[in-house]
Design a protein around this ligand. Structure first.
Ligand code: ADP
Ligand code: MG
Ligand code: MG
Length: 518
């Protein structure tokens, strides 16, 4: 995929000649491997038998330069994060509200199955009151294309409550651009390369690890006298393993001696069990030392966010085993459900003229937090048979109107949405009863930015679209709502070619980037 060449008037990135470019690329390639800004090789390499021992790693795709990002928008997004953490903690505690959401998207089997896990555990009683959220609120800068003099506004794309990734690689990318700004950029012939970068600090790996540590510390000692450990539940064949490892290493440097085990989601029932006690401690048997049993304080899910991780009924039993245990879950099933796109729509959609939205259920309308949060909302509509839903259906099916929207099902992980002209065709291809499990969202249109992406050793230069993610960590009591820990935890900038609709780095469309504030 090449980038569009429509940004000739933008003097960024610096105009560099072939020799400078080659040198910069070589520096980035080496720095990336030396510092773990890397991923495992793609499936084609594995399939070709070129890596039978599983020892190869390759550069994660990155921009050669940090992308300019409006400082006011960046600061606004960071400032609202702790309010968002508290909001989503409270949403996850509101079982009646979530039950209503599940009802409203009842055509979605995956959401119904998650809800079923919650109901099974509720029937026997939850033993662990504390929950851990490692969240990421994603934004784009919206620039009114009809009035470029209007100030850019930060608008939320989505709020992630499960497997919010790239915190590990993001701090490394910021470090890379800082390194280049002090060593390589000043050497470029075009002196505009040295026009004063404003590169904000970013310790997302440490910030997320601090969230896990807060939960681990709050768990308390093992009443059974076992050594405690943290479990990372992962997907088999994960390419983005170094991103996860950076979190693990950051956690171990915050809590020296703390053991972290990586467990494929498919092996939960084989390697874990529930103690026969009232507390239902989660026990983990290490494959290398089967006689030794550990007590799991925190389970961090980097898997289980989509139907693909549950190919058999046993995989649902595995999720149930985790959920009913005493381990602190990141996330619980309820917290995962709180991240459903339907929740975001319900929080953002006005109910009546006088009542802005269901947000008031969680955050008082006249509070500063409510205003801050509402400022980040863009228009999102239901596709149900309510009046608002009927109107949205008309927009979605209209060949001209639909060009302003993206249609989203209740899915995570990228690659699931339908854009613009593809919306009517998709809706017409599925039964009308299932339309209510989608939401329709106005497209956010960022101002033009240009950059150069290094992906698989090749360069792509041209117009790019940047998506900012702000990480947040929260530990709360699911019963009382008491908050044990609530912090903003750094940022992610993901960038994609402006001709691409999806921006997931892992899905192969986007790349890692960092902000230079303007
Ligand atoms: P997922 O949970 O699969 O990541 P997202 O809601 O983040 O789903 O959508 C995936 C991608 O689609 C985003 O990263 C972004 O690039 C694009 N996208 C989503 N919503 C919008 C929007 N309202 N305007 C512009 N692009 C969007
Ligand atoms: Mg998501
Ligand atoms: Mg997303």
């Amino acid at each position: 995929m090449g980038l569009s060449a429509g940004c000739a008037e933008v003097s960024y990135p610096p105009d560099i000649d072939d020799a400078e470019r080659e040198r910069l690329v070589q520096t980035i390639k080496d720095w990336g491997i030396a510092h773990g800004l890397a991923v495992r090789p793609p499936p084609a390499v594995i399939a070709s038998d070129a890596d039978p021992q599983g020892i190869l790693a390759t550069n994660a795709p990155v921009t050669l330069f940090p992308s300019p990002f409006p400082k006011s928008s960046f600061e606004e997004a960071k400032a609202v994060q702790t309010a968002y953490n508290k909001l989503y903690a409270d949403v996850s505690r509101d079982e009646a509200f979530l039950g209503q959401i599940v009802q409203e998207v009842s055509g979605d089997d995956f959401i119904s199955q998650l809800w079923h896990v919650h109901q099974r555990v509720k029937a026997e009683g939850y033993v662990q009151k504390l929950s851990l959220g490692l969240f990421r609120s994603d934004y784009m800068v919206h620039q009114d294309s009809t009035d470029p003099t209007k100030a850019p506004q930060i608008k939320q794309v989505e709020f992630n409550t499960i497997a919010s990734s790239f915190g590990g690689l993001s701090s490394k990318t910021c470090e890379l651009h800082r390194f280049l700004a002090s060593t390589e950029y000043p050497q470029l012939k075009q002196s505009n390369a040295n026009h004063g970068y404003d590169l904000p600090e970013n310790d997302s790996a440490k910030g997320l690890a601090a969230g896990i540590k807060a939960a681990h510390d709050a768990y308390g000692d093992s009443a059974l006298g076992h050594q405690r450990c943290v479990l990372f539940l992962v997907q088999g064949g994960e390419r983005n393993v170094f991103d996860q490892r950076h979190l693990e290493y950051a956690l171990q440097s915050l809590s020296p001696g703390l053991l972290v085990f990586r467990l494929p989601f498919a092996e939960i029932l084989q390697r874990t069990s529930i103690a026969q006690t009232d507390r239902r401690q989660l026990l983990y048997k290490s494959p290398t030392n089967p006689d030794k049993v550990f007590e799991v304080s925190v389970v961090y899910l980097r898997a289980g966010y989509g139907p693909g991780d549950y190919p058999t009924p046993a995989d649902w039993d595995a999720r149930y085993q985790i959920e009913r245990s005493n381990a602190i879950k990141c996330p619980t099933v309820l917290t995962q459900l709180a991240g459903a796109k339907k929740v975001q729509q319900v929080l953002a959609t006005p109910v009546t003229q006088s009542q802005p939205s269901e947000l008031h259920r969680f955050v008082p309308d006249d509070s500063g937090a409510s205003k801050q949060i509402r400022n980040t909302f863009t228009h999102i509509y239901p596709l149900d048979d309510s009046e608002a839903g009927q109107q949205a259906r008309k927009l979605a099916l209209d060949p001209k109107e639909c060009l302003k929207y993206v249609l989203k099902p209740q899915r995570e992980g990228g690659g699931n949405n339908y854009y613009k002209a593809k919306i009517p065709a998709h809706l017409n291809s599925v039964p009308e009863e299932s339309w209510k499990s989608y939401i329709l969202m106005e497209l956010i249109t960022p101002p033009p930015v240009a950059n150069i992406i290094l992906r698989n050793g090749s360069l792509e230069q041209g117009g790019v679209i940047c998506e900012l993610g702000i990480y947040g960590t929260c530990v709360w009591d699911q019963g009382t709502g008491d908050v044990v820990h609530n912090a903003e935890a750094g940022y992610l900038l993901r960038t994609k070619g402006d001709q691409s609709e999806e921006g997931g780095v892992a899905a192969g469309f986007g790349c890692m980037d960092s902000c230079t504030l303007v």
